[in-house]
Design a protein around this ligand. Structure first.
Ligand code: ADP
Length: 144
C-alpha cells in the first residue's frame, strides 16, 4: 500500500530524526517501499542582516547543498534499509513548501514526520509538521 515514502529530515535535530527510525524501517520492510529522505535548508538570504559574518564569507549555495547532502546520507545510513531503495535529496527554501512539492513530484503515498522537536514541549505539533498534515494529499504519519 505504501510504496513511495517521503521522510523529511531536519538536519539540525538528530533526536527528532532518531524518533522516526523504527517506523520508517517497519514500513520499508512491510512494503518493500522506496524511502526518499529530504532535507531542506533555509535560503542564504535568511542569514543576511544577522551580522555574524561579512557577506563575502558565506559559503556558496553549492557548498551548502553538498555539505547537507553528506549530512543527510549519514542520517540515512543510521536507518537499516536496503541501499537500492534509499534516495536522498536536499533543497533550499521553506521546509513545508519543499516537502509538499517533493511529495507531489515523487507521488509519495506516505509522509513520515516527527511531531516536533523533543525538547520543545509547548507545541503538540511543530509548524512544519502541522503544515504537512494540513496540506499533504497523501497519508501522513506523525511520530510522537
Ligand atoms: P519544530 O517546530 O518543533 O521544530 P517541525 O514541525 O519543524 O517541529 O518539525 C517536525 C518535522 O518536520 C521534522 O521531524 C521533519 O520531518 C520535518 N522538518 C522540519 N524542518 C525540516 C527541514 N528543514 N527539512 C526537512 N524536514 C523538516
Amino acid at each position: 500500500m505504501y510504496k513511495t515514502i517521503l521522510v523529511p529530515i531536519d538536519l539540525s535535530e538528530d533526536n527528532m530524526s532518531r524518533l522516526v527510525i523504527p517506523h520508517v524501517e517497519h514500513f520499508a520492510k512491510q512494503e518493500d517501499a522506496h524511502i526518499h529522505f529530504l532535507a531542506v535548508l533555509p535560503p542564504l538570504s535568511s542569514f543576511y542582516g544577522m551580522g555574524s559574518l561579512p557577506v563575502g564569507h558565506y559559503p556558496s549555495e553549492k557548498d551548502r547543498l553538498r555539505h547537507a547532502e553528506e549530512g543527510l546520507r549519514q542520517v540515512a545510513a543510521s536507518f537499516n534499509l536496503p541501499e537500492d531503495r534509499v534516495h536522498c535529496s536536499v533543497a533550499i527554501g521553506a521546509p513545508r513548501d519543499r516537502i509538499l512539492e517533493q511529495a507531489q513530484s515523487i507521488a509519495a503515498d506516505l509522509i513520515i514526520v516527527a511531531s516536533h522537536r523533543p525538547d520543545i514541549t509547548t507545541y503538540l505539533l511543530g509548524s512544519t509538521a502541522a503544515s504537512v498534515v494540513r496540506h499533504a494529499t497523501s497519508a501522513v504519519l506523525v511520530i510522537r
